[in-house]
Design a protein around this ligand. Structure first.
Ligand SMILES: [Zn+2]
Length: 406
């Protein structure tokens, strides 16, 4: 069993509002076994000097698409499941270097289950990578955000979309996700921006359709995450009892109050809006997104301010895959720019994200928890930008970046 003593300059433990330290963390095997001003020194322990660093629980990105590439979605979707999984593995490992030790993948456009295979390969130790929780597909109504058939000629009937239009078919899709290993059910109850033939301002499920989806997931013990845009879509999703609202592009005060009352999580993907604004101004936004995003961008930014001003539970999620993973770390800065305090942004990526995912052994630095630990120079409460300078990453007691790497 390997052992490390991490000498930490400052410590963000994932739940406190302030930094503490200096402190030491003893890691034995894959767990944290001691934290304090000075810890035991097992004879085989390797010491890692992080005395010039702020140490934090590993970051959690609760909304990525490892197997989707929006740079050319229509073409990339046609690639084989194996090609998507292999590329996704490479992306996941690279993304872990930024400090993301856990990811929730929010869906692939593929007839098979490439993200489930990827998760299982990592869990079994076949390959190294971050912890993964996955929703294999995006269950959608026909003509909804998850229906990508509009990219192709109708005669091709390409089976890349998980679509259903009646209660029986919706139940079957949810149960299929469970059978083949999804951790989460991902659905979409409004249109989106990068998909063809739908509109984020319109609700695409009827109430009874979303209700049967959520009820079926609940019966199987699976939480539901819903891509949602229009305020009416946010309210429909809250009434149906989903666990997280993804994007909530056009959420209003009333929906935020409902979300707060229901204890629901919001994953506002704020950096993506910044990426889309840049693309809009440089005329590189995909044509199917231009008319919708040109109309809505001011309201999206305003909704993100309302989210920041509210006291709903905000979890860190980026939608990377829809933009390059190398920019996913910038969600911290986007959150603070929208009005979150730096410590709330840090908690969004640690303890709140862990709560959303029902993973009590991550997102906090405490004895008995998984040794998922990152370090960065400077003070992230004074300058959130230092989160982009992570140079030490440990997952489950193994060092993936920085001094002491195995
Ligand atoms: Zn997404």
């Amino acid at each position: 069993m390997s052992a490390f003593v991490l000498k930490c300059g400052k410590l963000f433990d994932g739940v406190s509002d302030r930094l503490t330290g200096p402190a030491e963390i003893l890691v034995e095997g894959d767990r944290i076994t001691e934290i304090g001003p000075s810890v035991r020194r097992p004879s085989d322990a390797q010491t890692v000097d992080l005395s010039e660093r702020t140490v934090s629980p590993g970051f959690i990105d609760t909304h990525v698409h490892l197997t989707m590439d929006a740079a050319d979605l229509a073409q990339q979707t046609l690639k084989s499941s194996a090609a998507k999984a292999l590329k996704g593995l490479n992306i996941a490992r690279e993304y872990m270097r930024y400090g993301f030790t856990t990811l929730r993948d929010m869906g692939s456009a593929d007839p098979e289950f490439p993200t489930v295979d990827l998760r299982d390969a990592i869990n079994s130790g076949l390959v190294q990578g971050p912890r993964l929780l996955v929703a294999a597909h995006i269950i959608s109504a026909s003509a909804g955000h998850g229906d990508l058939r509009g990219f192709y000629a109708s005669r091709w009937n390409i089976p890349v979309s998980a679509i259903a239009d009646d209660a029986g078919a919706i139940k079957a899709l949810v149960r299929r996700e469970h059978t083949y290993g999804s951790d989460w059910i991902k659905t979409t109850n409004t249109g989106g921006y990068f998909s063809p033939g739908d509109d984020s301002a319109r609700v695409t499920w009827f109430d009874d359709e979303l209700n049967v989806l959520v009820a079926t997931a609940r019966q199987l013990g699976m939480p539901v995450a819903v891509h949602t845009g229009a305020a009416e879509g946010c309210k429909q999703a809250i009434r149906a009892g989903v666990r997280s609202l993804e994007h909530a592009y056009l959420i209003d005060q009333e929906a935020l109050r409902m979300a707060k009352q229901a204890g629901m999580f919001v994953v506002p993907t704020m950096q993506m809006t910044q990426e889309d604004l840049k693309a809009l101004h440089s005329h590189t936004l995909p044509c199917q997104a231009v008319w919708k995003f040109s109309r809505d961008n001011g309201r999206i930014v305003e909704s993100q301010r309302l989210i920041a001003q509210s006291d709903v539970k905000i979890a860190y999620g980026t939608d990377c895959g829809m933009f390059p993973f190398s920019h996913g770390i910038l969600e911290f800065e986007a959150m603070v720019a929208a009005g979150l305090t730096p410590v709330r942004a840090l908690k969004a990526a640690t303890c709140i994200a862990a709560e959303l995912l029902n993973q009590e052994d991550i997102g906090v630095l405490a004895v008995g928890k998984h040794a998922d630990i990152v370090a960065m120079p400077g003070d992230p409460l004074a300058d959130i930008g230092v989160t982009a300078k992570v140079d030490f990453v440990m997952k489950g007691g193994s060092i993936y970046r920085g001094r002491g790497r195995v």
